[in-house]
Design a binder for this molecule. Structure first.
Ligand code: UD1
Ligand code: CA
Length: 456
């Protein structure tokens, strides 16, 4: 049977104390509800319906790249009312899986298992036993252990409140049955809401037995209602990812101080020191070492590269056996060939640096093409911007650039040229030439420094 997924995401999330709708708060740099949408995709859902409401169009607008069916619930009249909004959009003969947009970490295995159970028995319900079950809907079972209904905390008797098996809210049933039961819901309860949970008793009265299953880990069914829970799930998620990387052979000096906000493919013998954040999509080769406190975004790092402490690397490519940092900044379109050295307080933007070239100290290289075996001395600046346009600096192979040089772009330096320290280069330099632009030094012997005026 084909699968439709309904994701409830219309709530406000008052306890987040934020102007942002709850489901747009981010876990690992991705909105909560997008994690849920991604899970639905991984399950192979044929269609995904996201019920939104609070925050107006902020949710569908922010997530326009997620190709899902956005269904607006104008008033939040309860979870049953929310699912009912999706029914007209769901094709006939579907199995329906109901998820919450603020429960981001349910594993695919758990959900697959639930769907299988629903196919067999007609109703699958994900439950979990909690030490502190207050606030949750309780699973009421008869003497033989069969589920008979769910009672919401606010409607529960004192004895029912002693039950510690709770409803996670995640369930699966056929579209046909759901549609029928949702039509019969009323809101005669303590909260005046249309409870989705009331359909369980309806199913039971029709002779359907409710199959339940529980997740392997309680984080899978925890929802985010406040910033503390958001932080708790972030750490749980990060630990999962750290474990996955370590299982694949990556050395993490401290898995508790590592954050992956996106994806990374790592080769063999990669060592990552503490407080490294990896964002977006990244590739890391074999024998790479990443020092402490580095931020790496959408980058490709080849074999044998060493990134030293406190470096920030974004949309960059780093060739084999290069060394970057400490305190280096590679900005978008920095492309380093093999065996390059980019040292401390060096910024490289939209530039190609050839094999074996070195920019070791306090420099800015932007909009440049630098050949191989070039040595760029400390304090070199490519003056690429004239206030209106960006211009190119081209530096040939084997050029030696003395310290404190400014290249006023556009400018071209021929192969093997030497630029004397302290030069301001405004014109093309021929291959093999020495370029020097310094004021001649003068010395005045016996110089008397000015004296401070006396004040009384
Ligand atoms: C619900 C369940 C409860 C379960 C708990 C698990 C019901 C009646 N109760 O209670 O049994 O233990 O979840 O967390 O189903 N939503 C909408 N539209 C609405 C109402 C809610 O989209 O009109 C969304 C919310 O944004 C949220 C989810 O549905 O993501 C659950 O709603 P919430 O109000 O938090 O339900 P609970 O009272 O916690
Ligand atoms: Ca809730």
């Amino acid at each position: 049977m084909s699968l439709s997924v309904v994701i409830l995401a219309a709530g406000q999330g008052t306890r987040m104390r934020s102007a942002l709708p709850k489901v747009l708060h981010k876990l690992a740099d991705k909105p909560l509800v997008e994690h849920v949408i991604d899970s639905a995709r991984q399950l192979g859902a044929d269609d995904i319906h996201v019920i939104y409401g609070h925050g107006g169009d902020a949710v569908p607008t922010t997530l326009a790249h997620c190709k899902v069916d956005w269904v607006k619930q104008d008033e939040q009249l309860g979870t049953g009312h929310a699912v009912a909004q999706a029914i007209p959009h769901i094709p006939m003969d579907r199995q329906v899986l109901g998820l919450y947009g603020d429960v981001p970490l349910t594993s695919i295995d758990t959900l697959k298992n639930l769907i299988l159970l629903a196919q067999k028995s007609g109703f699958g319900l994900l439950t979990i036993a909690l030490e502190d079950a207050s606030g949750y809907g309780r699973i009421v079972r008869d003497e033989s252990g069969k589920v008979v209904r769910i009672v919401e905390h606010k409607d529960a008797s004192d004895t029912e409140r002693m039950i510690n098996e709770v409803n996670t809210g995640i369930l699966a049933a056929s579209r046909e049955n759901l549609a029928k039961w949702l039509e019969q819901l009323d809101n005669k309860n303590s909260q005046g809401e249309y409870y989705l949970t009331d359909i369980i008793a309806m199913a039971v009265s029709e002779g359907i037995s409710i199959s339940t299953t529980s997740p392997a880990d309680s984080h899978e069914v925890l929802g985010v209602n406040n910033k503390r829970q958001l932080a708790e799930l972030e750490r749980a998620y990060q630990l999962q990812q750290a474990n996955r990387l370590m299982d694949a052979g990556v050395t993490l000096r401290d898995p508790a101080r590592f954050d992956l906000r996106g994806s990374v493919i790592c080769g063999k013998d990669v060592i990552i020191d503490v407080n490294v954040i990896i964002q977006g999509e990244n590739q890391v080769g074999n024998d790479v070492e990443i020092g402490p406190n580095c931020l790496i975004i959408n980058s490709k790092i080849d074999d044998g590269v060493k990134i030293l402490a406190n470096s920030v690397i974004e949309n960059a490519v780093i060739g084999k056996n290069s060394r970057v940092g400490p305190f280096a900044r590679l900005r978008p379109e920095a492309q380093l060939s093999e065996e390059t050295h980019i040292g401390n307080f060096v910024e490289v933007k939209k530039s190609r640096i050839g094999k074996g070239s070195k920019v070791n100290h306090l420099s800015y290289v932007g909009d440049s093409i630098v050949g191989s075996n070039v040595n760029i001395g400390a304090g070199t600046i490519t003056c690429n911007y004239d206030g209106a346009n960006k211009h190119l600096t081209e530096i040939g192979d084997n050029v030696f650039v003395g310290s404190d040089t400014q290249f006023i772009a556009p400018v071209k330096i021929g192969e093997g040229a030497t630029i004397a320290a302290g030069s301001t280069i405004t014109k093309e330099v021929d291959a093999g030439a020495l370029a020097l632009s310094r004021v001649k030094q003068i010395s005045k012997s016996g110089w008397k420094r000015p004296q401070k005026k006396k004040t009384d």
